[in-house]
Design a protein. Structure first.
Length: 628
């Protein structure tokens, strides 16, 4: 990672997102063992020191500078290629951000799903305990004071913390919106790197990513999956890193180049793992077929063949290592409403949303997309050059169908690191645009060879991409923007089912000014978000039970607070002063570890014996009898 400081030209911009997250991850890991400053100014000063060390290291190693290979047409075309790639990526990313921002609505309020309680509480925990470390984050999730047993995704929380330290709710929304834009931009730049012969590859892939982004953006729109969405937005950037590294070391074949590649590869893997290990696992759907292809085409060159074998081994180790880890440590959620096999396949190939979530929407996403996919696959089958993309398609569709169709024997493949099948379906927004571009690149090259004169060749070279982009942008994309907005908005919010309404947020903020102290409340009321809104501690932190032994003991006996002095003593020690009660419970209170909250339910039923302090609408805040 440090050696990449000497990178220049296009690649310094392409590598920077993935490597910067890798640097954040390194900072977080080091903070576990060596206390480091975390406010913004000190953090960036620390980053500057690492960059200086990286520059010195690169000078000492005298490593060759990585550059994108020049095109045969010369520097002018190279400049035009870069300009088109960045412009189309920015347009695609901005369009995705705009749609997603509209779907989220008021960023000061949290989306419906109760998982956001965890993310909001976690940011406050990081702020108050200097817990910028994946190991400490794991401790928060597990409820133990110090537990370095597993690494929970931390990059989303660290980024949101630096983005808006004082209020994590708009920070999380803002980071998620930016991630959607980064995904669209990364897809366009990745296409420009893979399909360097075609100027139209970047805009086509960028706009296609919008059509398949219903899967991707839905991940961001549902609060508990945001950490995965952060990691998923890195996937095109990680693929850029891996693709560019292969181009570099296959040309240089020197010790310095190998060393530099290893450092950057480890940084990219660390970035992906800390962004979300599940998203890193999905990379295998593309990198393993690419590795097999490299071994095949370089079989006669021993140096490149051995390099390809090492690259393939690293990808297999990463992918299957996460697979076996997930099988032993990660649970999975089973959904009752699932698509039929044919419906699932049709929805995936056409960019449609899965009908089991939205029965009222059409099962077909876009006929133009479906036709483009089928013709692209025909082009990959008929013409040589990019047939390894067929294996990518098989991998992607196999994982996708396993996610949305229940009667498959190999569902175990998507079990690890995804306890939600929506996440696996997001893979299509990564693979399908690239597969369409690959297939139609074959068609374009073949047709250019068949036409007789230069004028006809120009017509083909311009006409094919123009028709594809029009087919993508008009009937396949922006013409359906309203429907896609409704899908995202439905995923982000369910009318009348928000955990917090605007009056409740206002009540929390006004109450905290005059009544500092810890808040206790049933998690189905959204009480844990009191921690995020006001900065005052709230308990439980999250709907799934994450508590120390002392906290669990106090929570399960809090209904005895009227008669048991020991319970009062424990509550005072933990800082619990107030009780947050709401007559409307999300999902009727059936969330998380229901048995652990029986005492809170009993306390709510006995609220007539508590002193009322404030109220608004369906919410009432009481003072615990022993808080004085």
């Amino acid at each position: 990672m440090a050696a990449s400081i000497r990178v220049r030209g296009n690649l310094v911009l392409l590598l920077s997102p993935a490597l910067s997250v890798g640097l954040m991850s390194l900072y977080a890991v080091l903070n576990t063992f060596i206390p480091l400053p975390y406010p913004r100014i000190e953090f960036f000063f620390f980053v500057a020191l690492l960059c200086g060390f990286g520059y010195w290291l690169s000078r000492v190693l005298t490593l060759p500078i990585i550059q994108l290979p020049e095109h045969e047409q010369g520097a002018d075309r190279d400049w035009l290629h870069s300009f088109i790639a960045w412009l189309s990526g920015i347009l695609a990313g901005t369009a995705g951000m705009w749609t997603f921002q509209r779907a989220l609505g008021d960023v000061d309020l949290s989306p419906t799903l109760w998982d956001l309680q965890f993310h909001n509480g976690l940011l406050r925990f990081m702020d108050q305990h200097n817990a910028i470390s994946p190991f400490f984050v794991s401790s928060f999730a597990g409820g133990t004071p110090i537990k370095a047993g597993s690494m929970y995704p931390n990059a989303l929380h660290l980024t949101a913390f630096f983005a808006y330290q004082d209020n994590p709710m708009p920070a999380l929304n803002a980071v998620a919106i930016i991630c959607v834009g980064m995904f669209g931009l990364g897809m366009a730049l990745l296409a420009s790197l893979i399909f360097q012969k075609h100027l139209w590859a970047a805009p086509l892939t960028g706009f296609l990513s919008l059509d398949f982004m219903a899967f991707n953006a839905k991940v961001f729109a549902t609060g508990g999956r945001w950490a995965y969405g952060f990691g998923f937005s890195l996937t095109p950037w990680l693929l850029i890193v891996l693709w560019a590294l292969w181009l570099h070391i296959s040309e240089q074949q020197k010790f310095g180049a190998y060393l530099q590649a290893i450092i950057i590869f480890l940084a990219a893997v660390l970035a992906g793992f800390n962004g979300h290990a599940g998203a890193l696992y999905l990379l295998g759907a593309i990198t393993i077929p690419a590795g097999l292809y490299l071994v095949l085409v370089n079989r006669k060159d021993s140096a490149k063949r051995n390099l390809a074998l090492v690259s393939l081994a690293l990808q297999l180790l990463t992918t299957f290592g996460l697979l076996f880890y997930g099988l032993g440590h990660v649970g999975a959620i089973n959904y009752g409403k699932l698509s039929e096999f044919s419906d699932a396949l049709l929805e995936g190939l056409s960019g449609g949303e899965m009908s089991r979530w939205y029965p009222s929407t059409e099962k077909i996403g876009s006929w133009s997309l479906l036709i483009m996919v089928i013709t692209a696959l025909i082009g990959l089958v008929l013409f040589k050059g990019r047939r390894w993309w067929l294996l990518v398609e098989v991998n992607a569709l196999a994982l996708y169908v396993a996610a949305v169709y229940i009667s498959v024997p190999w569902y175990v493949l998507i079990h690890p690191l995804y306890n939600d099948r929506t996440r696996v379906a997001c893979l299509l927004s990564l693979t399908m645009p690239l597969i369409i571009t690959a297939g139609w690149s074959n068609w374009a090259e073949k047709l250019e060879l068949l036409v007789p004169n230069v004028t006809a060749k120009r017509v083909v070279s311009i006409g094919i991409p123009a028709a594809l982009i029009l087919a993508t942008v008009l009937p396949g994309g922006f013409a359906r923007s309203t429907e896609r907005f409704e899908i995202l908005n439905a995923a982000a919010r369910v009318p009348g089912r928000d955990l917090l309404t605007e009056p409740e947020v206002a009540l929390m903020r006004s109450f905290a000014k005059d009544h500092p102290g810890g808040m206790l409340g049933h998690p189905a009321t959204g009480a844990p978000l009191y921690y995020a809104v006001t900065g005052e501690p709230a308990f439980p932190r999250y709907t799934s039970m994450n508590a120390t032994k002392e906290e669990r003991k106090a929570l399960t006996s809090i209904d005895q607070v009227f008669s048991n002095p020991e319970v009062c003593q424990m509550a005072n020690k933990l800082g619990w002063k107030y009780f947050y009660f709401d007559t409307e419970l999300y999902r009727s209170g059936n969330i998380g570890d229901t048995k652990s909250y029986e005492a809170l339910v009993n306390l709510g039923e006995a609220r007539d014996h508590l002193e009322q302090v404030a109220s608004s609408g369906t919410v009432t805040i009481y003072r615990l009898p022993c808080s004085n």
